[in-house]
Design a protein. Sequence first.
Length: 502
Amino acid sequence: MSNKTKSVNTYSGREAAMYLTGMFGQNMIYNIVATGLYYYFQNVICLNALALGWIFAIARVWDAINDPMMGSIVDRTRTKWGKCKPYLLFCPILICVITCLTFLNGNYAAAKTAGNSTAMVLITAWAAISYILWGMAYTIGDIPLWGIIPRLTEDEGDRAKLISFSRIVASIGAAAVVIAIIPLSQSANKAFGESDNAQKGFIVVGMAMTVVASLLFELAGLGVKERVNIESEPKSMKQSFMLMWSCKPFRRILISGVLRAPMQLMTIVVVTLFTYYYCDGDMNTAFTDPKKLLILVIVGGGFFIGQFGAMAIFPILIKKFDTKTLYNLTGLSGIPTGLIFLIYKLAPYDLDEIKWVAVLGVLILLGGIGFGLVMVCQSMMISDCIDYEEYHNGYRPDGIFFSGQSFITKLSAGIASIISAYVFKFVGYTDVNIDAMNKALANGANFARDYESYSSAMWFLLTVPPAIGMAIAVIPTIKYEITKKEHDKMLGELIEKHRDNA
């Protein structure tokens, strides 16, 4: 990373490595829940589609409200370690325990088949309570993890590198879970003598992955040191909420993020779609059948290559372009994303043919580029807004502004959950119907042909709403106020001010 002979105060290579390892583990945990637990609730214990949608939506909306509250608490924290590090030291164990508890639930489909309404209510209630508690615990660690970045270095280049690498390792952590959790759980079920979508394997694998991820997350707290310690008069929670909206460039980021909410449908739907459309319910076949493995590599690899490539070259791009320009160009990625649904409509049963897989791979690669740039540009723009607020008003809102990033993610996930819930309910993809489908697929049915309405709903959710969200999300940021030239000027003066006050 940066070398220590620089005149500006910045992090060491060891600190960066431990921070990034923690980021990897934290994003594993997020996707154990966002992908693994969602699949578990929807396709294993088969919760009612509307109940599942509203559970995730209510929890995420509450989290979105809770995030600025936590951001305000972080900004008001004063300890010998700083204001972000204490949470990173003690939060991973709390998240670990609650994440494990979310998997310990009954089977809704079995209870409904047996006519046990009491059990159905209890299963749904525990799913809701445990998931809401998980969201609150995750917030306690997520905001300080991102909020600490501007406090690790005064160097804009180093900050850009760390944000870029953070997004890359976060995506790798996500990808590791997305690819592994379903097949590992189904393999564990077979080892236990259970069916592919039985509970036991998902419980064991989900909890084991959570423990490993939490240990990795802990390294961030152990390894970092806060350097940019600017003390100012702490703001009340009400003032912090008002600050999020009164800072015009930050307000644009918030509005843009909410408009981009349908992009979260990709996370919700992609694993279920691939498992059923290409593997007829048994994702392990993607690793034993050469053709399916090739499809996984081309389709899944295309997205991650595009995403990682965009993130990797970001530190180079911002030397020549405003972050605002790069962010606004991501609206074009809605075009290839939307075209994927057109390809599905042209060949609804044949997207496993290599010619169609190749076309999908190219479109997904282009969509992945936009997705990767959005993630890293958003974090960089929020970091710049922190400098902007300190420069103009003398207050450095690391916690409250990075809570905005978490606010965007969680509110977006809540909106996406509602969209998916009503689409799935409309086509009948819910509770006992899913249970019956799993049994039919195990006996030789074909998902693409025998369950075309379910397939069409999934391809629609994966492509059309996200494409619209990507396109309209750049409208608020067209007039984003912070240019590269202005930010360089602000940061230079802030560095001098920090030295004078040291």
